[in-house]
Design a protein around this ligand. Sequence first.
Ligand code: S3P
Length: 172
Amino acid sequence: MKNIVLIGFMGTGKTSIGRRLAQRLGRAFIDTDAEIEAVTGKTISQLFARFGMIRFRSEEELLVKKLAGREDLVISTGGGTVLNPENVRLLKENGVLITLTASPEVLYSRLANKKTRPLISRGDLKQKIEDLLEERKGVYDVTDYFVDTGVFSIDGVVEQILLYLSGREDMK
Ligand code: S3P
């Protein structure tokens, strides 16, 4: 069956929700950031610092190409994966895309004091989040379904997604 692909801004809960969703469905779970770290033997921060964002994006693209050829996965993407239209095309080819959202306030509270995200690790976090959200306006709209993760628990979000999937003929 088609992959289920979670997309959305940093801090929307893609990894924790993806993991739980995969458990519920008995599917394999892949988090693209974790996979890139495993493949390269470097953390995302190290990749950005030593080789730059372009290198990270090309690792991401390579991985998406590989994953798009597989089935039955739950995939949590990085917040920037869908900036690349080719990634979107590949992920959509064999996947249902689900966008997780959250308000800037919720994102701020989740992302504060986390040091693992190079794009927001320096400067004023609130401002950074606002600027990036503005810069990425519309980017996460390439989707089949939206869930606001600020108003439900992890299990609540998973239930919403399961309900949506149960209404799709291609997911039965
Ligand atoms: C990024 C999001 C991060 C990670 C990298 C770049 C982005 O993933 O891929 O730091 O461009 O939004 P999460 O969304 O899992 O934090």
